[in-house]
Design a protein around this ligand. Sequence first.
Ligand code: SAM
Length: 335
Amino acid sequence: MPILTDRLNRPLRDLRISVTDRCNFRCGYCMPSDQFGADHVFLANDQLLSFEEIHRLSSLTAQLGVTKIRLTGGEPLLRRGIEDLVGLLASISGNLDLAMTTNGVLLPHHAEGLALAGLKRVTVSLDALDREIFGRMNGTGADVSRVLAGISAGQVFGLPVKVNAVVRRGWNDGEILPLVRWARETGVTLRFIEYMDVGETNRWQLSEVVSASEILDRVNAEFPLTTLPPTTTGETALRFQHADGSGEIGIIASVTKPFCGDCSRLRLSAEGKLFTCLFAATGHDLRALLRGGADDATVAAAFGAIWSDRGDRYSELRGQLVPPGQKAEMSYLGG
Ligand code: SAM
């Protein structure tokens, strides 16, 4: 099958799959507890794509040019039997870059099985090392030691670990330097993420965004950095190396330095809706197609039509757009 390109000539390379809309954290910037309380209605089991359905869609996208698949959510380790899904996806091709983003809390129970099933690497979200700040950031009071144990478990079982930290002014910006110090000591690659206006529930304000250049200035003041070139087209992080050679850090600057021009990502929600942008309001229902008995050629044609019609570049147009409706939540469409 031909490689797909969209209206802005961007190829389809990455597929992010949300395997559940549930999470065991309530980070205020993503799933604030006052919006996702005990009465929140999550997707029912029969609404979720089955592993076989996810495998089928993933195989088709691999034929259409996808080389990287990331499992996410919600919290992907809450999906029962996740190792079985990893095994199925790993069987698509040995060359597939198969990764997962997780909050790490359940990683001590899963790291070995995931590594054995063929997961190639893991990104763990860790917004603070200070216990109180971490407890406030995750909205549940969960102790940071649990995430650190998850990171260690990943490393023990040979999964390369990257750590992502969202920086929110007034909440955890004092943790930037402690995180950098810790990453240098542990050899983990750290990436800071600018706080994004994704979804509608987090009451995002620009004043809470700590820009990439401010993060860089703060780190540079204590640890001089040099700029690194991107490793691949479409890479989301600006990369920097410690001048003393002790590892690198990255900054994902979706707000102040948007990277829509290279965006090769397609997102599949846990119920099978395909989103062409993290900031989109609606997705395309592939589950209906699958459950309606469509053959592979028909599903591949749907992928082709959706991708070739894609013109999204929300982050570049931020502020100038007429809102297309309620933006979907990140916990639903997959971070
Ligand atoms: N539960 C998993 C986790 O915690 O990594 C995976 C899903 S989570 C939605 C994926 C990533 O999105 C996390 O690194 C999280 O910090 C990030 N994220 C969520 N909301 C965000 C926001 N408003 N701005 C920037 N990053 C955000």
